[in-house]
Design a binder for this molecule. Structure first.
Ligand code: G3P
Ligand code: MG
Length: 259
């Protein structure tokens, strides 16, 4: 860990969420097939402190199960199908554990943005578990950027993994953002593209931070953001930002996902 960050223009959001079920290994293969060099995914703790990839607190939207991940053991979560809700061709796709995701992304040559999600009171424990996982895989890791909306998660990551780059997530940078980012030793500022303006991008760039914008699925908006100085955009459909990535077609992404 402690790599210098070379950010790509486009980061596959939750893998390649427009083409494969979000936050799955199939999604990472799809992103790779689309020409991505980085993916973003969300990670959270199960009741027995395993790290699994899932955006929502609840399993309802993206699996055939229900209930909150923080209330269920890994054994129950692993039995679920996280692919069928998206498309029958992905039936049986499990919710990956963080370690599996890192191994697969390393094999695929994908850099990863690990976004730490946590319910109230679990931010530090989740970040600590991420740190333990990264330490265990040390030497066999892709390039990693840790990010979170949760300041406590970033603080824990800073303490446990001081050399691993960190990004802070905001919908809109708050007043005093630079002091917060500096205090947490952040390397990037990750902002909701809907709230980004040219002056906001200028302000963050002038302070020396790359701006990462989520979630951009419109090529014209991506071009505008890049013209303003945004370093990277997260996209569910990285191929439609193709002129800047060399991405191939959606059909190729689906083939890549099923390999
Ligand atoms: O990390 C960028 C983006 O994923 C943050 O929002 O809700 O999609 O995890 P969300
Ligand atoms: Mg995310």
């Amino acid at each position: 860990m402690g790599q210098a960050l070379t950010l790509p223009l486009v980061i596959g959001h939750r893998g390649a969420a427009a083409y494969a079920p979000e936050n799955t290994l199939a999604g990472f293969r799809a992103a790779k097939a689309l020409g991505c060099v980085w993916v973003e995914f969300d990670v959270r703790l199960s009741a027995d402190a395993a790290l699994v990839l899932c955006h929502d607190d609840s399993l309802t939207r993206t699996t055939n199960g229900s209930g909150r991940i923080s209330q269920l053991p890994l054994s129950s979560i692993r039995r679920l199908d996280a692919g069928s809700w998206f498309d029958g061709g992905f039936a049986g796709e499990p919710l990956p554990m963080l370690e599996e995701a890192l191994v697969v992304c390393d094999e695929l040559g994908l850099g990863v943005n690990i976004e730490i999600k946590a319910e109230r009171g679990l931010a530090r424990a989740t970040a600590a578990a991420v740190a333990t996982c990264l330490e265990r895989l040390s030497g066999h890791l892709p390039v990693v950027l840790i990010s979170s909306f949760l300041l406590e998660a970033i603080a824990e990551a800073a303490e446990r993994l001081p050399r691993c780059p960190r990004g802070i997530l905001w919908r809109k940078a708050p007043r005093g953002w630079a002091r917060i980012a500096q205090g947490l030793g952040c390397a990037t500022i990750n902002i909701d593209q809907r709230y980004l303006t040219e002056s906001a991008v200028n302000e963050v760039c002038a302070a020396g931070y790359p701006v990462l914008a989520y979630t951009v699925n419109d090529p014209a908006r991506a071009r505008q953001l890049f013209n303003w100085g945004v370093a990277s955009v997260f996209s569910d459909a990285p191929d439609i930002i193709a002129p800047t990535t060399g991405c191939d077609s959606a059909a190729e992404a689906r083939q890549g996902a099923s390999r």
